[in-house]
Write a protein that binds this ligand. Sequence first.
Ligand SMILES: [Zn+2]
Length: 84
Amino acid sequence: MVSRPRDYSRERGRRGVAYYARYAPECAACGKKCYPSRKMARAVARVLFPGRRMRAYECGGEFHVTSQDADAAELGRRQRAVAS
Ligand SMILES: [Zn+2]
């Protein structure tokens, strides 16, 4: 039951998939987890939701992932369109 904290020291300051899978900050705008890039968002999604089709979408310069509701991806696109 007791899970020891993972050793992230090998990352050497470069935050990896394991880091963002656990400690991704929450978006101030919508509360979803933030990832620094679309690539990272997808990588984390593969870890957290294996076998599920996940979408990555941009929100305020960060990226979120979503699974169930494709509407969230549409929301991200609209927010991006409004912001630009
Ligand atoms: Zn957001």
